[in-house]
Design a protein around this ligand. Sequence first.
Ligand code: SAH
Length: 297
Amino acid sequence: MCSSVVAYSFRHIPPLMLGSVPLLCLNRHNTLPSPCTVLFNTSSSTSLSSCGLLNPFNFTGNYLFRRMERFWSGSSVNKNKGMVEHLQRYGVIQSKKVAEVMETVDRALFVPDGSPAYEDSPIQIGFNATISAPHMHATCLQLLEKNLQPGMHALDVGSGTGYLTACFALMVGPQGRAIGVEHIPELVAMSLKNVGKSAAAPLLKDGSLALHVGDGREGWPEFAPYDAIHVGAAAPEIPKPLIEQLKPGGRLVIPVGNIFQELKVVDKNADGSVTVRTETSVRYVPLTSREAQLRGY
Ligand code: SAH
């Protein structure tokens, strides 16, 4: 089955939906993903309609994969739009604004040439990192939507390809700030190129979108406090500086854990206290030191 699955994420599926779903698995050798089937054992309060990986007819992975492949390759007009519509049809995207921003930012500009940009799977981008799967980007954008209003400040820790930072920038607009922090300089250079080709390019030019090399565990104090903080890598525990740099009323979305990880939603209340809840089970690459990441964690 999957020799090495990196940074895919999944929602638990309620017991009735126990079955097989297709996942696209990545191996250590940077080759293209191949379809495989993973059995989910399930327990969660996540509603059916919000599940990203439903398989209501209990099709086998390969059957469903072929159907999806036909769907994607058959859409000649706008495959990125097709990807978004697919996520809407499966109930992953429920917000109009998130659909709009994901339609506007073409995922193909952020993945290595020749990768299956519009498949709902993570893709290796080098340096033991991946671009997250579209359903995970959609989930995080929806969780943060209220904190990504025009004029607000957003921080994207572990910005990788720059995809989500670009989405944030378009949502907060030129009066807002979207800051990406990534600790691999080559990825920051690549993300600057990616964003420069995307619909968010003018925001990079005018300085409301910026991508920096740094240890994201320290946040980015210069533009704190933030209305929204997203972390794209799993932390053993929630880094204190990120909570400190959250505005009262602000929200942090962060995967926490090692092998078993949960996407946590941290809300800072008006009095400075925080409320933490678990959104779903996920799997991300670790939020770690550059050295640990480059030697394979
Ligand atoms: N959300 C991004 C990337 C996800 S992969 C995207 O979808 O494109 C997680 C990223 O976190 C990787 O690029 C990795 O290099 C980065 N990362 C891991 N630990 C980090 C740290 N301490 N500081 C900054 N970036 C980190």
